[in-house]
Design a protein around this ligand. Structure first.
Ligand SMILES: NC(=O)c1ccc[n+]([C@@H]2O[C@H](COP(=O)([O-])OP(=O)(O)OC[C@H]3O[C@@H](n4cnc5c(N)ncnc54)[C@H](OP(=O)(O)O)[C@@H]3O)[C@@H](O)[C@H]2O)c1
Length: 229
């Protein structure tokens, strides 16, 4: 039977590319996107490639929007094999003491509470053996913290904690939960100077969704290899 993935922040960048790569493998891809025009556009682009793509309106910073999306899919009887928490913002690129007021809270809401709430809301749609993949960042590695992008870095360190927490919570249901650093990727977030293509950035998330041993859980990966949190 055709497998289904839900990917948040799938209108562009790494999220869109994960959808394209999974779609090319014959998966049904549910594109979790906050803006309706962007959602329809991404859906059409993937459908024009012959991919079974469906736009699902969801703003991960809005708990009501997440619950609404999960209820709509549940009412359709949708089952999800792989849930990919990809949506994120990076709005601070300065030093820690210059972090704009309120930015930590805003960033945590999208990058940390977002995935936490998405997992809780969509859990009823995930069966035994399904997989959750959180797109994190090397900037969230606590041992490597620098005086840079504090709100984003803290939000990704906390996302890594979300990963460990749900891996422990869902082990009994055989649902794996892992985090991925895609590397420095040429996207709106990564910028034109980044060293990696979106194809390369999507490679490890797609591997975790499709080929990785399903017993792997509570781990952090880059380039298909485990790295320390
Ligand atoms: N690029 C890199 O070098 C790099 C490095 C390490 C980790 N990452 C991680 O990789 C993931 C993808 O990043 P990217 O480089 O592809 O970034 P991107 O091109 O900026 O895409 C981010 C996506 O997240 C969406 N998004 C943001 N806030 C949202 C919300 N509240 N609800 C729903 N969607 C929302 C954006 O939608 P809109 O278009 O509506 O804003 C967009 O689709 C992120 O988790 C990022 O932290 C990226």
């Amino acid at each position: 039977m055709k497998k289904t993935a839900l990917i948040t922040g799938a209108n562009k960048g790494i999220g869109f590319e994960i959808g394209r790569q999974l779609g090319r493998k014959g998966w049904r891809v549910l594109l979790g996107i906050r803006n309706t025009l962007n959602g329809r556009d991404a859906e059409e682009k993937l459908q024009s490639l012959g991919i079974d793509a469906v736009f699902v309106k969801v703003d991960v910073a809005d708990p009501d929007s997440i619950i609404n999306a999960a209820e709509i899919l549940a009412a359709d009887g949708t089952r999800i094999d792989v849930l990919i928490n990809n949506a994120a913002i990076l709005e601070d690129r300065g030093t820690t003491i210059n972090t704009p007021r309120g930015l930590l809270e805003k960033t945590l809401m999208t990058n940390t509470s977002g995935p936490f709430n998405v997992i809780l809301a969509f859990l009823p749609l995930l069966g035994n053996g399904s997989r959750i993949i959180n797109i994190s960042s090397g900037l969230g590695v606590t041992a490597d913290m620098k005086d840079y992008a504090a709100a984003y870095s803290i939000s990704k360190a906390a996302l890594n904690a979300v990963t460990k927490q749900f891996a422990a919570a869902l082990a009994g249901r055989e649902i794996s939960v892992n985090a991925v650093c895609p590397g420095w990727v040429k996207t709106s977030m990564g910028g034109a100077g980044a060293t990696r293509s979106v194809e390369k950035g999507a490679e490890t998330p797609v591997w975790l969704a499709t080929e990785a041993d399903s017993s792997l859980t509570g781990k952090f990966f880059r380039d298909k290899k485990e790295i320390p949190f």
